[in-house]
Design a protein around this ligand. Structure first.
Ligand SMILES: Nc1ncnc2c1ncn2[C@@H]1O[C@H](COP(=O)(O)OP(=O)(O)OP(=O)(O)O)[C@@H](O)[C@H]1O
Ligand SMILES: [Mg+2]
Length: 219
């Protein structure tokens, strides 16, 4: 039996005196899947992605990434796991505005002390941002910025990309384009994608979509 790449087991998240956000969420994601987590605003999508990515800890339950139990790790261990296994993509791109597109895409390699060069060239080409490689991030369009953010998330060749509402600021054409870029990442690099969205149409592009309602999942 193959072990799933991501295991979410009985995850609960609750803040003091507030309604429970996640109420025992359990599912697993196989390597190479494109999973969407969808549900209305406030249902806990960002909270869940942050817990899966080790940016936040659950009140109860467990996340296992590629056989590693996040709950047993200290902050350094979590940071290392994030760097080696996970790429993050956000709604507002989170590019460093004064750096060029190429420098933004190279950043994870710099941080993990790997050489850039060919890998970055390859990503710039595949994600169709070669022409703007030398332009600073504050001068590119939203669609271009998000393609650069996906390329950056791919720089360290992570097994997993966690994308939080990545098309939330884009028009229909750029939304379609960005979805195609995730599909490209999955097809060409075998990357596993977990994408949170409130948009049911986007959920349809996934190999599996998981609906989050009242802190629980529905397939
Ligand atoms: N640090 C916090 N302290 C208390 N409550 C929080 C905290 N962070 C999030 N929440 C609450 O948790 C709930 C879920 O928030 P979350 O951001 O995960 O929802 P979401 O599904 O991502 O929404 P959206 O679609 O608007 O991005 C919300 O009611 C929010 O107010
Ligand atoms: Mg959110």
């Amino acid at each position: 039996m193959t072990v799933p790449l991501i295991q979410v087991e009985g995850v609960v998240k609750k803040y003091d005196d507030r309604p429970t956000i996640l109420d025992g969420v359990t599912f697993s994601v196989d390597g190479g899947a494109f999973v969407t987590i969808y549900g209305k605003s406030g249902c806990g999508k960002t909270t869940l992605l942050n817990i899966i990515g080790g940016l936040d800890r659950p009140s109860a339950g467990e996340i296992i990434i590629d056989g590693l139990r996040l709950g047993e790790m200290n902050e350094d261990g979590l940071a290392k796991t994030r760097m080696n296994k996970i790429g993050f993509v956000f709604q507002d791109y989170n590019l460093l505005q004064d750096l060029t597109i190429r420098e933004n895409v190279s950043l994870p390699l710099l941080l993990s002390r790997k050489k850039d060069g060919k890998r970055v060239d390859d990503l710039l080409r595949r994600f169709d941002i070669e022409d703007i490689a030398k332009v600073t991030a504050n001068k590119v369009s939203g669609g271009e910025a998000q393609r650069a953010a996906i390329a950056r998330a791919m720089a360290n060749d992570p097994k997993i990309i966690l994308a939080d509402e990545p098309t939330g600021n884009l028009d229909a054409e750029n939304t379609q384009n960005v979805i195609e870029m995730f599909q490209l990442a999955r097809r060409e690099f075998g990357t596993t994608i977990v994408l949170a969205t409130h948009d049911e149409d986007i959920a349809k592009h996934a190999t599996r979509s998981i609906r989050l309602v009242d802190g629980k999942t529905k397939d």
